[in-house]
Design a protein around this ligand. Structure first.
Ligand code: XMP
Length: 317
């Protein structure tokens, strides 16, 4: 039978055997997977692990600073890199979802490669890939399917010349969480919803701009805080806000407005492969809508997504 303790013990032993005294570099995203991978590697090889956390300008509000702080508390050897402008300029003029993913993946690798080169004699690249990532990216290559290219799987450019180690490759999300809990991972990271690598770029339909990111971050923070306050954050698998590429007419005082629309998404799921939309209480939705429209300039309408996967997907892009 699978237990987190047995998994941790045998994985640490394997990692020590495989890695010896080699240096390893790991990109941390703020999510559960890369954090658990980091803690496991930290247990196995301590300061030989070098973590890099890139601010791509597509994270949630305040996420970069908050997450960097919590990693430092865990004793990880971590470097934060502000690369917002590089990502924004690579995304400028691009509306197609897959082209956005490609641009983000490319810039991420450039930024990461620059940072990794500064670590002398690094031999290994660690990744927090989990089992469902492996399956979905295999199906991307299948003859019939063009699902989404998960840029965190494969696609490593030759110039990096690093060997890859993926300690969580056989685990499902709930198992990753159990391992994290057993390793003492901070609950704020442990219970964090999955968040896509391309971040808010695929929750802004159409072209991304720093201004749209800012508006979406504000609206999303209101939604997520209310979910947390009401205990709903932990009841849903994933929630987020989507910035729609349309404007709608509204009225504010005596003025006609013509502003943007955001959609709220919340789903229940076991593993992200299938999902049902969450039946959030009307009162909660009403409060989120009022707070967003009253506080976030540029938004005058909020809608709720009632689509399940399949045939919809969790993300809109
Ligand atoms: P979909 O939208 O395909 O999402 O139903 C399933 C799960 O995968 C996440 N997702 C991504 N994660 N890079 C990622 O790292 C991506 O490009 C990507 N696209 C979707 C999504 O948030 C959900 O948890």
């Amino acid at each position: 039978d699978w237990t987190p303790f047995a998994f941790i013990e045998s994985t640490i032993e394997d990692l020590q055997k495989t890695l010896g005294s080699d240096k390893v570099v790991l990109a941390i995203s703020g999510g559960v997977d890369s954090s658990v991978a980091a803690l496991l590697l930290h247990k196995a090889i301590g300061p030989q692990l070098h973590c890099i956390f890139v601010d791509n300008g597509l994270l949630r509000k305040n996420e970069f600073g908050d997450v960097l702080d919590s990693y430092k508390h865990m004793g990880l050897n971590i470097r934060g890199i502000d690369a917002k402008e590089r990502f924004y300029s690579a995304l400028s003029g691009i509306s197609d979802p897959e082209l956005k993913r490609k641009a983000i993946g490319r810039v991420f690798i450039e930024v990461f490669d620059d940072a990794a080169h500064e670590i002398k004699d690094v031999r290994w690249l660690a990744q927090g890939t989990i089992y469902p990532d492996v399956i979905e990216s295999v199906s991307v290559k299948g003859p019939s399917a063009t699902i989404k290219s998960h840029h965190n799987v494969g696609g490593l450019p030759d110039f990096m010349k690093l060997k890859v180690v993926e300690p969580l490759k056989s685990l499902f999300k709930d198992e990753v969480r159990e391992v994290g809990r057993s390793l003492g991972l901070d609950p704020s990271i442990l219970e964090r919803h999955p968040f896509p690598g391309p971040g808010l770029a695929i929750r802004i339909l159409g072209e991304v701009s720093p201004e749209k990111v800012r508006i979406l971050q504000e609206a999303d923070a209101i939604y997520i805080n209310i979910l947390k306050e009401t205990g709903w954050y932990h009841k849903v698998w994933q929630a987020g806000t989507i910035f729609l590429p349309v404007q709608a007419v509204g009225v504010m005082g005596d003025e006609r407005t013509y502003e943007h629309v955001v959609a709220l998404r919340a789903v229940e799921s076991m593993d992200g492969m299938t999902a049902d939309w969450s039946h959030l209480p009307y009162e909660l939705l009403a409060r989120v809508s009022n707070e967003i429209i009253n506080n976030v300039k540029g938004i005058n309408r909020v809608v709720y997504d009632i689509s399940s996967k399949p045939p919809a997907t969790i993300e809109w892009e």
